[in-house]
Every structure is written in structure tokens, then in C-alpha cells.
Design a protein around this ligand. Structure first.
Ligand code: ATP
Length: 217
């Protein structure tokens, strides 16, 4: 569903991604790990068509939605209006299926997005992404700034969508433990380059990966 081949992306003269090749198959949930500034958001934004590759190819085999880093909600609009904006491209106007997926959003529908907690805002960003009825979801830092129990709740919804509805997911994370819990395979990017890839169980045993991302565990 996601096929990235020899991708190079630059900001002016600064290269943020260098010859990155990765793929996510239909129905898979795959992680992309890396430290600050590694190029993860650059990849997410390139997959979403917001940035153009300098070279290489990106192929997406279905409708893709992005939960962007930092949620990017309209804080003065209601939750319902933020969701409606997510349906703009697909023509989806009825949010009831999103309220079924994420029932808390029905309770929050009339609240202003800007007054919600971080976890609630991430749920709105999640629901807004689902309003485009995607077959592929790219999640840029699900856990950023959220308490572990809030992250776990959102992650459970993600797993449910992946397992019961076949949603293909690329989970971009700094939290390797979360990523390894949820995903079967992972890629590790540092300074714009892929430095490791494989099954999560194997990566967790790799001393370089464990040392850098699992606190030496
Ligand atoms: P973080 O988790 O901190 O967001 P990241 O892995 O998502 O990190 P990117 O945001 O993709 O990393 O940044 C990759 C590199 O590109 C960094 O060196 C960053 O400074 C640079 N960069 C990102 N956005 C821009 C921009 N708009 N203009 C110039 N350089 C940028």
C-alpha cells in the first residue's frame, strides 16, 4: 500500500531524506522510529503529498490520511467542524461512523477543539483522518506529549481498526516500546538515512537499536 523507493527529499540545499526505501503491505501495521530531526515528519509529509521528492518514487495504493505531528486542529472550531473538514476531500459529511469508532468524540462534538486535553485533541485528529475514509493511515507521533494511559487508549483504537477493518498503518514514533508493542515490523531512520529494518522482535534484540531506543533494555 505504501511503496517508497530511493526517496530523496530536500529543503533548499539541506537534504532531509537520503535514498530511503521502505514499504508497508496491505493490512500491515509498520513502525518508523527515529530521534528528533531524523526526517520522520518529512517522510510523513511526502507520503501525504505535501512535499515533493527531489528524486525517487512514492506510490500509495489507496486513499491515504495523515494524523500530523502536533494534531494541527482548528482550535476555534468545534470538534464537529474539525471532523467535517476531514471529510472535505472525500465528500463524507456524516460523522456518525467516526462517532461509532471513537465514541468519546460524540460527547465532545460541540466543544471547541482548543479547550480539549492533549489526548482528546489527538482523538479529534484521529477522527478527522478517518473522515476521509482512508485505506492507509500515517500517524506522526501518536504518543507525543500524552500520558501513557491516554496513549494506550488511542493505540487500542488504532489496533482495532487495523485488525478488524484491515486499515494499513504506518506508525511514526519516538516511543520504540509503543511501536514494538503495536507493530510487526519497523524501520529506523537517523539523519535522513535508514539504519535498521526488520521484525520488531529482532530489532528489540539488536544492541544498537535497544541501546538507542529502549533505554539499553
Ligand atoms: P521531529 O520528531 O523532531 O519532528 P523528525 O524526525 O520528524 O523530527 P523532520 O521534521 O522531518 O524530522 O526534520 C528532518 C530535517 O529536516 C531536520 O534537520 C530539520 O531541521 C529539517 N527540516 C524540517 N523541516 C524543515 C523546513 N521546513 N525547512 C528546512 N529544514 C527543515
Amino acid at each position: 500500500m505504501i511503496d517508497v523507493n530511493d526517496l530523496v527529499v530536500s529543503y533548499g540545499t539541506a537534504t532531509a531524506l537520503e535514498h530511503v526505501t521502505l514499504n508497508v503491505g496491505k493490512g500491515e501495521m509498520v513502525a518508523l522510529l527515529g530521534p528528533n530531526g531524523a526526517g520522520k515528519s518529512t517522510l510523513a509529509n511526502t507520503l501525504a503529498g505535501l512535499l515533493k521528492p527531489s528524486s525517487g518514487t512514492v506510490e500509495i495504493g489507496g486513499r491515504l490520511a495523515l494524523i500530523p505531528e502536533g494534531r494541527q486542529l482548528f482550535p476555534d472550531l468545534s470538534v464537529a467542524d474539525n471532523l467535517a473538514l476531514g471529510g472535505w476531500r472525500s465528500g463524507e459529511r456524516d460523522p456518525s461512523f467516526v462517532y461509532d469508532l471513537l465514541p468519546r468524540l460524540a460527547e465532545l462534538a460541540r466543544r471547541r477543539a482548543g479547550v480539549l486535553s492533549g489526548g482528546e485533541q489527538q482523538m479529534v485528529a484521529f477522527g478527522r483522518a478517518m473522515m476521509s475514509r482512508p485505506s492507509v493511515l500515517v500517524v506522526d507521533e501518536l504518543s507525543l506529549g500524552l500520558a501513557p494511559n491516554v496513549t494506550a487508549d488511542l493505540a487500542a483504537h488504532l489496533v482495532e481498526l487495523n485488525q478488524s477493518r484491515g486499515l494499513t498503518v504506518l506508525l511514526i514514533e519516538q516511543n520504540a516500546r509503543l511501536a514494538f508493542d503495536l507493530c510487526s515490523r519497523a524501520y529506523v531512520v537517523e539523519s535522513g538515512r535508514l539504519v535498521a529494518e526488520g521484525e520488531c522482535a529482532e530489532l528489540a534484540d539488536d544492541p544498537r537499536v535497544a541501546g538507542a531506543y529502549l533505554g539499553g533494555a
